[in-house]
Design a protein around this ligand. Structure first.
Ligand SMILES: [Zn+2]
Ligand SMILES: [Zn+2]
Length: 212
C-alpha cells in the first residue's frame, strides 16, 4: 500500500493554528486558498505548477517551516505548526509561495529554475528568498536556543523597565489586557504598561494587548 505522508487523520488532528503575535488563525482552508492563488499566478506567468493533493499542519515538523513531497504526479505539503505560531504573516505567505514553486517542473531544488520563478512572483508582492525559508527558520531556532526569549514590562509614561522574565507569566498576560487597571508602574503609578518580547539582543517586539 502506498504510504500517504499527509494522512487525513493528521489534517483532522490540527485543523488550524493561531499565530501568537498577530492573533490570526490559519486554517488548512486558508493555506489551501493561498496555495491556489500562487498556482494561478505562476500559471499566468507561464509556469506549470503541479497539483497539490493534500496540505497538513505537522506538529512533528520542527526544524523546517514547510516541506513538499512528490507523490506520483501530485504533491503533498506539510507545514510546521510551530512556525505558523511563531512567524510573521509576511513570512508565512512567502513560505507557502516557496513550497508552491517546488511543484513546478525543474524547481524541486533551489537552483536557477526556482530563482527565476521566485523573481516572477516579486511583482505580485512575494519575497521568496534565495535561501529556503526552511534554512532561515532553522537558523532562527538555533539562535533562539542559544539566547532564549525573554519578556519584560516597560512603563509607557516614565520609561521604567522591569526585570527580564523567561516566561509570559499570568501577571504579564494580565498587564497585556487592554485597559487593565490592576497593575501599575512602581515608579510613577501609571497603568500604561506594555509587555515586550526580546528574541535576540536588539530585537524587541511589543506584544499586542489582549482585549478583555
Ligand atoms: Zn525549499
Ligand atoms: Zn512609570
Amino acid at each position: 500500500m502506498a504510504k500517504s505522508l499527509n494522512s487525513e487523520g493528521k489534517i483532522a488532528a490540527i485543523p488550524s493554528v493561531r499565530n501568537e503575535y498577530t492573533g490570526q488563525i490559519w486554517t488548512i482552508e486558508d493555506v489551501r486558498r493561498e496555495v491556489e492563488k500562487v498556482r494561478r499566478l505562476l500559471t499566468q506567468e507561464g509556469y506549470k505548477p503541479g497539483l497539490v493533493r493534500s496540505i497538513a499542519f505537522n506538529p512533528r515538523l520542527t526544524k523546517s517551516c514547510g516541506r513538499t513531497h512528490r507523490f506520483r504526479a501530485t504533491f503533498e505539503m506539510d507545514f510546521s505548526v510551530n512556525y505558523f505560531k511563531k512567524s510573521g504573516a509576511d513570512s508565512i505567505w512567502d513560505t507557502i509561495a516557496h513550497e508552491v514553486i517546488h511543484t513546478v517542473p525543474g524547481c524541486f531544488n533551489h537552483g536557477d529554475g526556482f530563482k527565476a520563478a521566485a523573481r516572477c512572483l516579486e511583482k505580485h508582492g512575494y519575497h521568496v528568498g534565495r535561501l529556503c525559508r526552511d534554512e532561515e527558520y532553522a537558523k532562527y531556532i538555533t539562535q533562539k536556543k542559544a539566547f532564549g526569549t525573554t519578556y519584560h514590562v516597560v512603563c509607557e509614561d516614565c520609561g521604567w523597565d522591569g526585570t527580564r522574565r523567561k516566561k509570559l507569566s499570568k501577571i504579564l498576560k494580565g498587564i497585556m489586557q487592554e485597559g487593565q487597571r490592576r497593575y501599575s508602574c512602581p515608579v510613577c503609578g501609571s497603568h500604561k504598561l506594555s509587555v515586550y518580547r526580546v528574541d535576540f539582543p536588539g530585537l524587541e517586539t511589543q506584544l499586542k494587548s489582549i482585549k478583555l
